[in-house]
Design a protein. Structure first.
Ligand SMILES: Cc1cc2nc3c(=O)[nH]c(=O)nc-3n(C[C@H](O)[C@H](O)[C@H](O)COP(=O)(O)OP(=O)(O)OC[C@H]3O[C@@H](n4cnc5c(N)ncnc54)[C@H](O)[C@@H]3O)c2cc1C
Length: 404
């Protein structure tokens, strides 16, 4: 199977979600013959993604952002409100992008618009071949990995980028194990229209079942991620529109006025998972194939885009040096580049979530104290804001706006 310009691929990306599309565009923009094989997801994705500044810069550099920017809303203020009703409650913490000299922490966009823009950009690249198909088997070899597709076709390349999501077939073929734990929580997602302006502010109410987060969309619209006990999520999901709107208005203390829910609801069981290695046997893992974290603090896809940019940077450099794109040197460098970023964020989000769920008073008070210190100590608050938006450690070059 060849690319549009007739070349055999230097790399194949498996999975046409946002991480896979970004990895494929990164390679193809730099001139590498690239193939992407992706099957359509079973359900439409009604979620939104808060993309931080580095992710937006990378998408600008790849020529994607201009195709979807009109659908995105800036995130200028982020509030955390303790709504646990517990004895030891944390103070409200407000992060303002102004404090760290940014116009906005990032932008919130519906996944359907982000994916449409990525697909449009990918479709315009002559050396990127996109195939709507399912990978049925993955066979690593000494020189290349061979994929067998549902349609019966075969494809091989020295590097496979696995962006095939949390149940990654490619990861299994590479023999990479995962540290995984299910939470007894599910996230209900829905988009809303409302009568009061959101003022570019995202508000995260911390409740005993998990966060209830309102994130701005353009105009008088917002998205909601409501983390609940799974049984409760199922009940709330099945409410009619008027009942659901009333529940949301109550839980949000009417900060956005009268609510109307839009069509399309999703329920996502939550878990945390990290692959023990991010690459082996010529297969590099990106996005949720490499790590899954709960939707708190909007970190998941921001990490996934840094993975895509990171493996892209290393593979492009190897290609230009006449090296082996999927060889041990590239995969070891990728592991080194990504481990700390993924590890620290997974740990922080996991801890924050667990301290929210605990009934153990000393832990609740410690959490309250932590948030109190963040609220009161300016340099600490600014450090938390900077780290939340971008890792202190070196970021992939695309996140700094450098073309590869
Ligand atoms: C409620 C919720 C809210 C979130 N909000 C945010 C946020 O605000 N900010 C943020 O950064 N992150 C957020 N995230 C995380 C973010 O949604 C994920 O990190 C992101 O969707 C993962 O993208 P991906 O491309 O890695 O995987 P997916 O989107 O799962 O894509 C995988 C793709 O691979 C395809 N595939 C699978 N197997 C095969 C195969 N064998 N052959 C071919 N194709 C295959 C699938 O069909 C799919 O299209 C949120 C997550 C949840 C649950």
């Amino acid at each position: 199977m060849r690319n549009k310009n007739g070349d055999r691929p230097s790399a194949i990306v498996v999975g046409g979600g946002p991480a896979g599309l970004t990895a494929a565009i990164t390679l193809a923009v730099a001139g590498l013959a690239t193939a992407l094989v992706g099957k359509r997801p079973a359900h439409p994705d009604n979620r939104t993604t808060a993309l931080f500044a580095g992710s937006v810069t990378a998408l600008e550099t790849l020529g994607v952002w201009e195709l979807c920017a009109a659908h995105a809303s800036p995130l200028k203020i982020m509030r955390i409100v303790d709504d646990t009703g517990r004895l030891w409650r944390a103070p409200e913490v407000k992060f303002d992008a102004d404090e760290i000299d940014l116009d906005a922490f990032g932008y919130n966009i519906e996944n359907r618009h982000l994916i449409a823009a990525l697909e449009q950009r990918a479709g315009a690249l002559a050396n990127l071949r996109m195939t709507d198909d399912e990978v049925r088997s993955v066979t690593p070899g000494d020189e290349a990995v061979t994929l067998t597709l549902k349609s019966g076709g075969k494809l091989s390349a020295p590097l496979v980028i696995a962006a095939d999501g949390r149940r990654s077939l490619c990861r299994e073929a590479a023999g990479i194990a995962v540290n995984e734990r299910d939470y007894k929580q599910a996230a209900l997602t829905v988009c809303l229209t409302h009568t009061r302006p959101h003022r570019d502010t995202s508000t995260e109410f911390h409740t005993p079942s998990g966060p209830f987060t309102l994130v701005p969309l353009p105009g008088l619209r917002s998205s909601l991620v409501w983390v609940l006990d799974p049984a409760q999520a199922d009940i709330i999901k099945d409410l009619n529109d008027a009942e659901l709107a009333a529940e949301i208005e109550r839980a949000s203390h009417s900060i956005l006025g009268k609510i109307k829910v839009e069509a399309g609801r999703g329920v996502f069981p939550l878990s945390v998972a990290t692959a023990k290695r991010f690459g082996d046997k010529r297969i590099a893992l990106v996005g949720e194939a490499a790590h899954v974290i709960p939707p708190i603090g909007a970190q998941g896809l921001n990490l996934g885009l840094r993975d895509a940019a990171g493996i892209g940077e290393l593979a492009i450099a190897a290609h230009r040096d006449g090296g082996d794109l999927g060889g041990g040197d590239v995969l070891d460098a990728y592991e080194k580049m990504r481990r700390a970023d993924v590890g620290t964020r997974t740990l922080a989000i996991d801890l924050l979530n667990r301290t929210l769920l605990t009934d153990f008073l000393p832990v609740q008070s410690l959490r309250g104290l932590g948030l109190y210190m963040i609220d009161r100590i300016g340099p600490l608050r600014r450090a938390v804001m900077r780290e939340g938006v971008a890792p202190a450690a070196a970021q992939p070059r695309l996140m700094r706006g450098e073309a590869l």
